[in-house]
Design a binder for this molecule. Structure first.
Ligand SMILES: *Cc1c(COP(=O)(O)O)cnc(C)c1O
Length: 474
């Protein structure tokens, strides 16, 4: 049959729209989307028929259009299994919220809330009022305010306390956090003049003394969260620095980065400076994130002396950086969990995952190894391995936590097969993200809590996997 005759046999979009399955699709996706999907499917088909493809039955054309609608309907912001071994993975959304926080956020989404309304007096209230008492109780600070994230907190503090003035920082602490967050750039945008003191590896008290002058707005101490300088080093501790700052009448701002509200050594983890310690050491202001070790939603905390927090709150920029009612509700519920330290590691997912024992994870790996190997139809050897998890988000960068996982190694070794496997796992209904390590794909199981969900989801891997068979993904 010549291709013109074939082309005439392709049903029109209008004809296709009259079918029962098109009717059902219109119910689900709306008429404009279905019409557009049919138009695009028919246009593709015409090209294929010109190249010799036979005209498929109308129901198959409709099925292709439906597949297109389904694909377009999926959000790219998909829930996934984080099996990277990094518990607080910035690219995967950091902390998972506690059940209480999810419920509080959901209620705040659904209902009107007393966000800036004082229920006692019936008068206008302040957004920060809901959290102030709780944060102050947990950190020992006099006052507190909350903004969009810790980067915003640092920006707002610098702009409020050191705009047009100098901000003194050790050269060993001029860090880049990742992305575009570089301390010198933030400083410039905040309108503060950066005064670097000391050297990369050594900064002394006299360096700070010598730098403080009439134009000094503040001294900034930055927790070098994502790297360590080792060897011939010297830094001035926060307590000593607070003394120097107080003597000269300038505030010390301590950017803790992750920070934590609880002593992690209680849970068998390495020590990370707590906010309470930083306040006790004499910082005027301490800043830290909501979605790192604290285990809440994205937010930036600014806590410290009342007069300084008041100055910060008067900055018009505060309004541009504030948090909404949903996150505020989740934050309050998260912080309330800290009032009961004995049950914190059970209720706060971040801590629950960080404290899972290697034996527990290893037992899970033993259960899952045969399941995963079977799903991969013999194309991979699946072995249980010991591995090391990380906290992530710059907290304790050098200390790892003993964990266990699965190592998926191609039977016929080839880097391409491994990349295809990783891609197939990303295409699962709930994508599975691991890490490639020395010729294997490693799935660190520390963050796997929904084991049954993982098994059901993983069963779908084979049809998606091109490397192990000739099947094309449908
Ligand atoms: C992570 C981090 C920040 C930025 O915090 P976000 O919550 O990601 O905005 C700032 N300073 C330090 C030291 C950090 O570790």
């Amino acid at each position: 049959m010549d291709s013109n005759a074939s082309l005439r046999r392709i049903p029109s979009v209008d004809q296709l729209l009259t079918s029962a399955s098109a009717g059902a699709a219109v119910e689900r996706f709306g008429r404009p989307a279905v019409t557009e999907a049919l138009r695009a499917t028919v246009a593709d088909l015409r090209n294929e028929v010109r190249e010799g493809r036979n005209v498929p039955a109308p129901e198959n054309i409709m099925a292709a259009a439906l597949a297109r609608l389904d694909a377009d309907d999926q959000s790219t912001l998909r829930p996934l299994f984080n099996l990277t071994g990094t518990v607080l993975h910035t690219n995967l959304g950091r902390a998972l919220l506690a059940q209480a926080a999810i419920e509080a956020a959901t209620a705040a989404m659904r209902e009107a809330v007393a966000l800036e309304f004082d229920l006692e007096s019936g008068k206008r209230g302040e957004r920060d009022d809901h959290l102030r008492t709780l944060i102050c109780e947990l950190t020992g600070a006099e006052d507190a305010t909350i903004v969009n994230n810790n980067a915003a907190a640092v920006l707002l503090v610098l702009n409020s306390l050191a705009s047009g003035k100098e901000a003194i920082v050790s050269r060993g602490e001029l860090i880049e956090i990742g992305g575009a967050f570089r301390m010198p750039d933030i400083m410039a945008r905040a309108g503060a003049r950066l005064v670097e003191v000391g050297t990369t590896n050594r900064t002394h008290a006299r360096d700070y003394h010598d730098a403080i002058g009439p134009d000094t707005g503040l001294i900034l101490k930055v927790h070098t969260s994502n790297y360590r300088i080792e060897g011939f080093t010297k830094e001035v501790g926060a307590r000593e620095l607070a003394g120097i700052a107080r003597g000269k009448g300038v505030p010390l701002v301590n950017d803790l980065g992750s920070g934590t509200l609880t002593d992690l050594t209680r849970f068998g983890l390495a020590h990370e400076p707590t906010v309470r310690e930083a306040i006790k050491e004499g910082a005027g202001i301490v800043t830290f994130s909501g979605d790192k070790l604290l285990g809440g939603p994205q937010a930036g905390f600014i806590v410290g002396r009342k007069t300084l927090v008041e100055t910060i709150n008067k900055n018009p920029m505060k309004r541009a950086l504030r948090v909404d009612k949903i996150r505020l509700a989740a934050l309050i519920a998260t912080l309330q969990l800290y009032r009961d330290p004995d049950r914190l590691s059970e209720r706060l997912p971040t801590l629950r995952l960080l404290t899972r024992s290697q034996a527990d994870i290893d037992a899970q790996a033993q259960r899952l190894a045969p399941v995963v190997e079977r799903a991969l139809k013999g194309a991979f050897r699946v072995s249980v391995i010991a591995c090391e998890s990380q906290i992530g988000s710059g907290a304790l960068p050098l200390s790892t936590i003993p964990s266990a996982g699965l190592s998926l190694t191609p039977i016929e070794s080839s880097g391409r097969v491994l990349a295809e496997l990783a891609a197939a796992l990303r295409r699962l209904p709930m994508p599975v993200i691991g890490r490639v390590e020395r010729g294997s794909l490693v799935l660190d199981l520390r963050c796997l809590e929904d084991e049954a969900g993982f098994v059901a989801n993983f069963a779908g891997v084979h049809p998606l996997f091109k490397g192990g068979s000739d099947d094309e993904p449908s």
